[in-house]
Design a protein around this ligand. Structure first.
Ligand code: NAI
Ligand code: SOE
Length: 413
């Protein structure tokens, strides 16, 4: 009991798919990581309608609900604001919460543009609050193992990164026009929705991107309007489609060439139109000493080729993620039991809790969120213009002297 240092009351905004995942994550934290230095209590959940907010709060275990996101973002009893709304609301909510001294976890993509992401990053740094972005896939133990092998030089100098994020849910032209198909709400289509994860993976494993040249397409130009506010991915498929139609103004598929700042070459493809691919976030990295492959649909395996193996034993070896791997001891007692989507979020939340305790925290931050948004902007510009576009350097900002790290946001101190 004496190991529990502080409770951070959490407020979550947007009670859909990610609210379910994050809510499970907060509940599951002590099942995996014990003793706790910080506990994260599910204090208040906001959604845009009373019925949605009440149901999500009851179902996902929140003490209170509200229809007013400011009653979460600016409330004096909230220490961490968790933003799980469509992308167009991320910046407004985050800036309001940061102004109230809150620590922030914001889903990806961090913002609608790199400029907006920069404003959020700068505000968070200047306020001295902890900030994290929901790039959960990079926290997967097998991906963390890939990072370890790369950092230890096991594949040597990197020549190539080849990344995919392929899904097939968009192929059905009867799928209603959820926010994910609207530029004003999502920013971009497959690019920001799923490509963002693989861009984060590329930058995390290989380094910053220097320039890109891209091609993008919208295959289905209009869709039935959603018939209710329940316009989420899963719910939309269940309802009867409206006869009225609305325009899809985002990409359904995108592919681009990459040159990394360290000289490595790369390619990334993201689409919702690849039949048979459900959540195929996959990458391959080739270096002068070996190669690494990963496929989220087989996420407890990491494939490693070492050029040091004897000539008669060369080939990709399958490493089964388990206790010897990063975070493995906190997961399940044997390799092969396997970790999934929930565990990747729990690991991210654990790193966030280290940061809240003033002990570091190796989670993706708003800096990573900005870096991804800078690439999203460049890919969109390149797809429009048909040429190489350079990723701009990170703008400078004035960071004041750090605040006392034991203060978890002014409102709960
Ligand atoms: P969703 O559509 O399932 O849920 C969004 C919720 O936000 C809905 O319940 C909606 O009513 C609510 N909302 C809309 N306007 C609101 C307002 N003004 N105030 C309060 N609530 C409001 O969407 P989903 O899938 O949960 O996505 C949310 C965010 O999470 C997006 O940014 C998305 O890109 C990201 N995401 C990240 C994933 C990951 O693997 N890291 C997976 C899925 C989504
Ligand atoms: C829908 O394409 C979606 O839910 C994305 O929004 C998530 O980021 C991805 O993890 C799963 O697919």
């Amino acid at each position: 009991v004496e190991d529990i240092m502080q409770e951070i009351p959490v407020g979550l905004i947007g009670g859909g798919f990610m609210a379910r995942v994050h809510s499970l994550g907060y509940a599951a934290l002590p099942y995996f990581f014990w003793p706790r230095q910080v506990t994260m209590g599910k204090r208040r959940l906001a959604d845009q309608e009373e019925g949605l907010a009440r149901q999500a709060a009851e179902r996902f275990g929140w003490e209170e609900h509200t229809c007013d996101w400011r009653a979460v973002a600016e409330a004096s009893d909230i220490g961490l604001v968790d933003i799980c709304t469509p992308n167009d609301l991320h910046a407004e909510i985050a800036l309001s919460a940061i102004a109230a001294g809150k620590n922030i976890l914001c889903e990806k993509p961090l913002a609608m543009s790199a400029d907006e992401a920069w404003t959020m990053y700068e505000a968070a740094e200047q306020a001295g609050v902890v900030h994290a972005v929901g790039f959960n896939y990079r926290m997967t133990p097998a991906v963390q193992m890939a990072k370890r092998l790369i950092d230890e030089g096991k594949i040597g100098r990197i020549y190539h990164f080849r990344g995919f994020y392929l899904q097939d849910f968009g192929i059905d032209p009867k799928l209603p026009l959820s926010w994910r198909f609207q530029a004003a709400r999502a920013g971009s289509g497959s690019l920001g929705d799923i490509g963002a994860h693989v861009i984060d993976m590329a930058q995390y494993l290989v380094g910053d991107l220097a320039r890109v040249t891209a091609d993008a397409e919208t295959f289905v130009h209009d869709r039935p309007l959603a018939t209710s506010v329940l316009d989420t991915l899963a719910m939309a498929r269940q309802g009867s489609p409206s006869t009225a139609r609305g325009t899809v103004d985002v990409d359904d598929g995108v592919s681009f060439l990459i040159r990394f700042a360290n000289g490595a070459m790369g390619t990334i493809e993201a689409t919702r139109f690849a039949y048979g691919r459900k959540n195929h976030l996959a990458f391959e990295v080739n270096g002068d000493c070996g190669s690494i492959r990963f496929d989220w649909e087989r996420r407890n395996e990491l494939y490693f080729y070492s050029a040091d193996d004897p000539a008669d034993q060369q080939g990709f070896k399958t490493i089964i993620a388990g206790p010897p791997h990063p975070y493995g001891e906190a997961m399940w007692p044997m390799a092969g039991i396997g970790t999934g989507y929930l565990e990747s979020t729990v690991i991210l939340l654990q790193e966030l809790s280290y940061a809240l305790a003033g002990k570091g925290g190796a989670m993706p931050t708003f800096e990573d969120g900005w870096k991804v948004c800078a690439v999203l902007d460049a890919v969109q510009e390149s797809a429009r213009q048909g040429n190489w576009v350079t990723i701009p350097p990170m703008p400078p900002f004035q960071v004041p002297a750090p605040t006392d790290s034991s203060q978890f946001g002014s409102s709960i101190c």
